[in-house]
Design a protein around this ligand. Structure first.
Ligand code: G6P
Length: 431
C-alpha cells in the first residue's frame, strides 16, 4: 500500500513540510505507545497484533462441517458485520454472502424468502452476545428454518465472546463456535474470527488476508515518512485540526464500496469523542463525480478527500464506434476510462487547493485487502494517539443502546427517560 500526501501541501486547509517534520516527532512518540500496547496485548492495541495471533486453521476447521453451502448469511451489526462484508463484497465467490445487520422487517422478510435455507449457513456474530438487533434477527431466521423443516442447529455457526446469551446458546446446542479474541474491539476485528469466518466459508485465501495484515504491520515505523499508514493517520489528524472536519472516502472500485462503510464505522466510533472528530463520508468513483464533486471542489473548505484505488484490475474493452464525437472512447477500455476520471478528479481538487490523499493498493485481492484494512486501523490508532483520544471506547453508542434497551423493557436504564424528554415542534401536513 502506498500513500501519496503531496496534495495536502499548500492547500486550504493544508500543511507544510516544516509542519510535517515537527509532527513527525509526535508520530515517533505515538508509535512507541502503540508498540508498547501491542507488546502487552493491551485492550484495542491487541487488534494490531492479529496478523500474528489469528488462527486460520481453527477458523477453517470450525466451519468445515458445512459442505458446499450455497449461501452464508451473517447476522451481526457494526463491527460484527462490516469487516466480513468488506471482504465478501470485494472478492468473487460462488458462495453468496448476505448480511442481516438491520432490523428492517421488509428487508429481513425479503431475504428470508430468497435464501435457500437448507443450503444456507447462518453465521451469528456478536462480541457481547447481547446486541438486540442481532439476537432478534437470529430468532427470526431460526424460526424460519424450523418452519421450513431445516434443523437450524445443523446450519448455524456462532462467533462470540466468553459470556452472554450467544455463548450460552452455542454451549447448549453444541454449535460450532469461534471466539472473539480478547482485547479486540468490533471495529478492529476484521482480521480475526469475526471477519474471517465468512471468508473461509466463501473459499477465500484466509492466509493471504492475514499475510496482507502482516505486511501492513511490518510497514509501521517511527516516522510518518517511513510508514504509509501513519502518514495517512497523521495527515488526517493535522487537517482535521485545521478545519477538515469531513473525510470523504472515495474508492475508485465498485468492489470497495463496502470498504468505505467499514471505514466510516472505524473513523466515527473511534475518533468522534470529547467534542472532536472527523466525519467520514462515503462516496464512490467515478459515480459521485457526477453529483458530490461539485460540493467537494466548490463547497466549504472543511474536507479531506481520500482516494483509494487498485493499480491493476481486470478490464473491459470499449468497442470501436463511428458515432460522431465518441471515436475517442472506441478502442479504449472501461478501466482506462476510470483511471482517467480518477486522475482528472484528483487534479481538479488540487487545482482548487483542496486537500486530497491518494491510497493505492496493488489490486483487489486477499493480500492487498488485508494490508489496506490493517493500514487504516493503524492510521486510526495513530490519529487517536495524536489527538489524545480513547480510541477503543464508544460511550456514546453504548448510551444509545441502553436507552433502546430501557425503552423495550429490557431492564432499568435511566437513559430511556430521554425518550420522553425529547422536544417536539411538528408542522403537520394534514389539512
Ligand atoms: O458484536 P456486538 O457486541 O454485537 O456489537 C456490535 C456493535 O455494537 C455496538 O454498536 C458497538 O458500538 C459496535 O462497536 C459493535 O461493533
Amino acid at each position: 500500500m502506498d500513500v501519496d500526501i503531496g496534495n495536502v501541501l499548500g492547500t486550504s486547509p493544508g500543511l507544510t513540510t516544516e509542519y510535517l517534520d515537527r509532527l513527525d516527532d509526535r508520530v515517533t512518540d505515538a508509535h512507541g505507545t502503540i508498540e508498547d500496547g501491542m507488546a502487552t496485548e493491551e485492550f484495542g492495541y491487541a487488534a494490531l497484533t492479529l496478523p500474528e495471533t489469528a488462527d486460520p486453521d481453527t477458523i477453517r476447521t470450525t466451519v468445515s462441517g458445512f459442505e458446499d453451502p450455497e449461501a452464508v448469511v451473517t447476522v451481526g451489526i457494526g463491527g460484527s458485520a462490516l469487516g466480513a462484508a468488506t471482504l465478501a463484497n470485494a472478492l468473487e465467490s460462488d458462495v453468496d454472502a448476505y448480511f442481516l445487520d438491520n432490523v428492517d422487517p421488509d428487508h429481513t422478510e425479503r431475504l428470508l424468502a430468497e435464501l435457500p435455507l437448507a443450503e444456507t449457513v447462518v453465521n451469528v456474530v456478536s462480541n457481547s452476545g447481547t446486541t438486540a438487533e442481532t439476537l432478534a434477527n437470529f430468532l427470526v431466521i431460526r424460526e424460519a428454518m424450523d418452519r421450513n423443516g431445516v434443523d437450524w442447529t445443523e446450519r448455524t455457526v456462532v462467533t462470540t465472546g466468553p459470556e452472554g446469551n450467544l455463548r450460552r446458546l452455542a454451549d447448549r446446542h453444541d454449535l460450532p463456535a469461534l471466539d472473539v479474541p480478547a482485547g479486540v474491539p468490533g471495529r478492529f476485528s476484521v482480521l480475526s474470527t469475526v471477519g474471517l469466518a465468512v471468508a473461509a466459508l466463501q473459499g477465500h485465501d484466509v492466509e493471504a488476508i492475514i499475510r496482507g495484515g502482516a505486511d501492513g504491520k511490518a510497514s509501521l515505523a517511527g516516522s510518518l515518512y517511513d510508514s504509509p499508514a501513519y502518514a495517512y493517520g497523521a495527515v488526517a489528524y493535522a487537517l482535521a485540526e485545521r478545519g477538515a472536519l469531513t473525510n470523504v472516502l472515495l474508492p475508485y472500485a465498485e468492489s470497495l464500496e463496502t470498504f468505505a462503510e467499514w471505514f466510516a464505522q472505524l473513523w466515527a466510533e473511534s475518533l468522534g469523542k470529547d467534542g472532536v472528530g472527523q466525519t467520514p463520508a462515503r462516496a464512490l468513483g467515478a459515480t459521485d463525480q457526477h453529483s458530490q464533486l461539485q460540493l467537494y471542489r466548490a463547497g466549504p473548505r472543511d474536507k479531506l478527500v481520500t482516494f483509494v484505488r487498485p493499480r491493476e484490475r481486470a478490464d473491459v474493452a470499449i468497442p470501436e464506434t463511428d458515432l460522431e464525437g465518441l471515436a475517442y472512447l472506441g478502442g479504449g477500455s472501461l478501466g482506462g476510462l476510470l483511471d482517467a476520471e480518477f486522475e482528472a478528479t484528483e487534479a481538479s481538487l488540487a487545482a482548487a487547493d483542496r486537500p486530497t490523499v491518494r491510497i493505492e493498493i496493488d489490486r483487489v485481492d486477499e493480500r492487498a485487502l488485508g494490508e489496506l484494512l490493517y493500514g487504516m486501523e493503524a492510521a486510526c490508532v495513530l490519529y487517536g494517539e495524536l489527538a489524545s483520544l480513547e480510541t477503543f471506547t464508544q460511550p456514546a453508542v453504548e448510551w444509545g443502546k441502553r436507552a433502546a434497551r430501557g425503552l423495550l423493557g429490557g431492564g432499568d436504564f435511566p437513559e430511556a427517560d430521554a425518550v420522553s424528554d425529547k422536544r417536539e415542534l411538528v408542522i403537520s401536513g394534514d389539512r
